[in-house]
Design a protein around this ligand. Sequence first.
Ligand SMILES: [Zn+2]
Length: 231
Amino acid sequence: MIHTIRHPRQHGFTLLEVLSVCALIAILAWLILPTLGAAKKEANRAKCATNLRQIGLALQLYTQDHNGNFPPTTHTTGSRHMEESWIYGLATYLDNIDEVRVCPADPAPRQEKIRSRKATSYSLNELVFDREEYRNIYRLPRPTRTLLAVILSENRSPSTGWDHVHCSLWSSWQNIINDVEVDRHRVGSRASDRLSGSANYLYADGHVANLPARELKKLSSSGINPGDVPL
Ligand SMILES: [Zn+2]
């Protein structure tokens, strides 16, 4: 008796099929990942601007309650306020200080340090907050063009001591990028020239501007100190 041997049809995938699927996945990832990166960047940039707007509003309310005077920084008060950043002076005017004081685009380990050290991602302009003649909102000649706060550079350790930056030294681009994360809102890592990206800036009338690093550098190159108090 002859038995016919039925060869079961082989199941599974051929190497070619597996490779095709892998290639397809790689192409999709290549198409989607930059879009996700850009979407995250936009979300962080918007959230950071919201933080700064709330800080701006809190500053307005604070000054109204203090005869126009701005809150003190560690520069003006020395070690007395070193245990927590200037921003804690605004706590009663902010809904959620722990949300507002951290830029969502700061790297996670840095955010962790900022939270635990009672610091903030946002640093104040020394030329306003630490100068007797301008430490009062009513004495600023041009609030719409007066810079109040920036995003502190990753070159600076997040600490209560860096609650203000020394804008009086911003005569060079190098000194500006030592103090300000001018490309905080970017996709990917820092470019070596620091020009691929933007940062948010708070002004004394409460408005927040998103300035590309390239534009800020242009200002700086033309001899303008963006931290100066315009007359
Ligand atoms: Zn100082």
